[in-house]
Structures are given as C-alpha cells and as structure tokens.
Design a protein around this ligand. Structure first.
Ligand code: ADP
Ligand code: MG
Length: 463
C-alpha cells in the first residue's frame, strides 16, 4: 500500500512537569534506524511498509529501550505498529495461561485488527497471539490460552471474565499496552482496566496510546506508568487539513436522495446516524435507491458485524451506515467519503467520525447534511472544531453533488449572535468550478486494506 507520510512535521510537545519530552530531528528515518531487527523489517517490507510514521519514529526507540511511553496521536496515525513492533521485540515465550504481554483495546473489531496487523510479525518470532473479546466463543479462547498464548489482545470485559474463571492469569505479564485509552474511558471500561492491571505482579513496561492524555487518562498514566516519556503528534489540525469538508443544506424531503447521490459517487463511504434503528432504516432506504448498503450497530451479532465489515473492506458493499459506537476504532483503508447524515453531537464526535477517512495521510471528503432546523447547531460545531466552511443549500438534482471535490465552498460562518434561522444562506447559489483547486479527494487505488483476509488471530508459523 502506498500511503504518504504525515503532511505535518512532528513536534516535540507540551512541556509538562510530570513527563520528559524529547524533540525529534526530522529526516529520512528508517525502521532500521529505530532499532527494528532485520527479520521484522522483512515482514514490513513485504507489506510495503518502509518508512515509519511520525508517532512510530517518536515512540519506538523509547519503547525498545524499555521505557514507559504515553503516546498521543489521532486515528490512522499508525499507533498499532508504534506499540506492536517494540512489543514483539520484547515479548518472550510464555507458559500456558500466563501470557507475557497484554494489549487492551476498546472493541472487538479493534482486537481483531490489531491481531491481524501483528500476527505476521509475531510469526516471524515464533510467538503466538490471540484476540480475546466478548460475543465470541469463550471455549475457543480458553483452548488457545491452554495451549499457550504469548500476547493476548483483549477487550477488558472478556479478559476479566477469563481471569475470574481462573482460565488465565496476568501475574507473569511484563508488557502492557493500553490502545485507544480514551475510548476505553468513554465506554466506561476504566474500572475493568484497573482491575486487570492491579493483578499484575512485578515490574512491567506500559505503553499507553490515546487521542487525549488528560482527564481520566492522566490519572491512568499517573497510577500505572513509571516515569513515562510522552510523545505527541500534532494532528487534529493535520487531520482536518487533509479533509475536504462540505456542509450541505437539505430538506427532510430531499435528504435521502441527496445522500444517495453522494454515495453513488464514492468508492467506499461511511454514513453516520444517531440511532441503531435509524441505521437499519437508512441502509434499507439507500438500498432502495439502488445502492449496496448495510448497517452496522451494537445490536448485530458478532458474526454479522464481521461479515458486513469484510464486505465493506473488500468493496462488495461500498456503503456502510453506522452509529458512532459501532464505528469506534474501525479501521478500513480507502474510505473516500464520510457523511454525517445525522449531525454529530459535538465537535469531538465530528472529528472522530470524520477521522474514518483521510487516514494515514490520504485525503478524504467529509459531508455534513444539514436540515434547516439543524443549521444553528452545526454552525456551533464548526466553530468549536475551528472549521470555517459555509453551508451550501442544494436540491437533490444539483450537479455539484456528483463531484463534491470539483468545487470549493465559500468560507464564512453565520455570526453566532445575529444568526437566525430564517436568514438566507451565506452561500452563493452557484459557486461554479475551480475555486482554488484543492480538496479534491484522491481515490486510493487497489488494496482493500487492513481487514478481512485472514481470521482467527493466531500467528501462522511459529511453533
Ligand atoms: P491508528 O491505530 O493510529 O488508528 P493504524 O495503526 O491502524 O492507526 O494504522 C493505519 C494504517 O496505516 C494501517 O493500514 C497501517 O497498516 C498503515 N501503516 C501504519 N504504519 C505505516 C507506515 N509506517 N507506512 C505505511 N503504512 C503504515
Ligand atoms: Mg489503532
């Protein structure tokens, strides 16, 4: 896969009395420079991964040296290899039911994705890894643990179940990774996480990755990390920079048709809605307009979710209608359009959802559909996210819907105070072509990306 590196320079960040920060010299760093051994380099090269992303350049040397690391970086910045490579370098073969390393993640999808991304690397070292999560057969997970798993990648709830049943112990764990720690906090998993960490005996190395390092995460860092090195990629801005954003004024009557026309022009699109019911209904409505669409939400069975995601990743089902929670940690490459069909709850949700596209330096198109009664709320979200893109009202037959990247929306949010909903749009009716050129989404070629090919979570080879 050819993915451009981050458009933004890396910075040494945020003086904080509690943590050490290291500045980074920019340049053509290689994974070998960072200390990754030839056998793992070979695995990376085979997958077309040759130069490290910023978060990897920053954290890998410290992690290899055995330091605790707090890493702050957005979705798509390459955190999995940032912790995965050092983890595999440092993990030793474990005894049955007493893994040497645990990686805690918020969702089962993420557990699978991490397992898949790391399993060829683990195989190169003869290490076994296993994804463990709820909603799947506990029996098979228990069998795997009995045979001996060196690295357990788990959601906190199921891991606690297994600990309580005595099927596994964390007493021998030497390496801990907390991935997407802020999402685990948002989903209420911190007590579970702490229960697990509290059972570890002896010294551990803890690598923590999160989109934010304040609030509850700060407490976690203080409690469970020893003299951590903190690294941060400034990326909220970088993410927004690589996104082309459109805010389209719709009516209740035109909304579905407009969404359908946008989807029809996309290669792989995620459509966000607020409720489970709304997701099912919209998938069906979009289906009736001739699109191949499916919903994903918390009430689906694990196997159904996996099938839907696999179809989506493969490209056979290009329109995924999702609730916020269902899309958490979801990682599929080549999503060129994100549609906020229901407006996001706040600017954080806007950024989170929008981060499903423009991953790993790709560019992407983010479209928010705005009903007249939602205009005010959406303008407030834009303001909070630091976005300045005017709303453009459109009918369902507007030509501009067919190629959203071909025109530039005007700038200018309505004035926060004087804005009232009867006012006419700040957008000119026709802003025509051209308008600055930028922002056209690049269609990533080939490669369905990170998900799907192999299931099961064991490393192939080894043993
Ligand atoms: P995050 O966990 O920060 O959301 P991921 O670790 O899932 O991000 O990485 C996003 C994508 O970028 C994945 O497809 C991954 O294989 C790819 N990737 C990661 N590091 C590199 C790299 N150094 N070069 C090229 N691709 C990379
Ligand atoms: Mg990740």
């Amino acid at each position: 896969m050819s993915i451009a590196t981050s458009p933004r320079p890396i910075v040494d960040f945020e003086p904080d009395p509690d943590v050490t920060t290291f500045s980074l010299v920019e340049g053509e760093t290689t994974f070998a420079d960072l200390g990754i051994a030839p056998d793992l380099l070979a695995v990376l090269t085979k997958r077309g991964i040759t130069s490290p992303f910023p978060i990897q350049t920053m954290t890998i040397p410290d992690a290899l040296a055995g330091r605790d690391v707090s890493g702050k970086a957005q979705t798509g910045s390459g955190k999995t290899l940032a912790f995965g490579l050092p983890l595999i370098e440092r993990t030793k073969t474990a005894k049955p039911r007493r893994p040497h390393a645990i990686v805690l993640v918020p969702t089962r999808e993420l557990a699978n994705q991490v397992a898949e991304e790391l399993s060829p690397l683990a195989a190169a070292r003869g290490l076994w890894l296993c994804a463990i999560y709820g909603g799947a057969s506990m029996y098979r997970q228990i069998q795997a643990l009995r045979q001996g798993v060196d690295i357990v990648i788990a959601t906190p709830g199921r891991l606690n179940d297994l600990l309580e049943r005595g099927e596994m112990s964390v007493s021998a764990v030497k390496n801990v990774v907390l991935d997407e720690a802020d999402q685990m906090a948002d989903m209420g998993f911190l007590p579970q996480v702490e229960r697990i960490l509290g059972q570890i005996e002896g010294e551990t190395q803890t690598l923590l990755f999160s989109a934010t390092l304040d609030g509850a995460i700060r407490t976690l860092v203080q409690r469970y990390q020893k003299d951590p090195v903190r690294h941060e990629v400034v990326s909220t801005q970088a993410t927004v920079d690589t996104l082309a954003q459109r805010f389209i004024g719709v009516t209740p009557e035109s909304k579905i048709e407009i969404a359908s026309r946008i989807c029809a022009g996309a290669k792989r699109v995620i459509v966000f809605v607020r409720t489970t019911h709304g997701a099912d209904r919209l998938a069906e409505q979009l289906g009736r307009t001739g699109l191949r669409a499916a919903a994903i939400h918390g009430r689906l069975s694990q196997s159904k979710r996996e099938r839907t995601l696999a179809d989506f990743a493969r490209g056979s089902m290009p329109v995924l209608v999702a609730t916020n929670v269902a899309a958490r940690g979801l990682h599929v490459d080549g999503i060129d359009v994100v549609i906020h069909y229901d407006p996001p709850e706040d600017h954080k949700v806007y950024l989170h959802r929008s981060g499903r596209t423009a991953r790993a330096g790709e560019s992407g198109m983010v479209v928010t559909l705005v009903l007249p009664i939602e205009e005010r709320e959406v303008a407030a979200i834009e303001r909070a996210a630091g976005i300045d893109v005017a709303l453009v009202r459109m009918d369902a037959d507007d030509e501009r819907l067919l190629d959203l990247g071909a025109w530039e929306p005007p700038r200018g949010l309505p004035d926060a105070l004087s804005y009232s909903r009867g006012r006419t749009s700040t957008a000119p009716a026709r802003n025509g072509r051209g308008g600055g050129g930028g922002g056209r989404p690049r269609r990533p070629s080939g490669n369905g990306g990170g998900y799907g090919a192999s299931r099961g979570g064991y490393s192939r080879g080894g043993r």
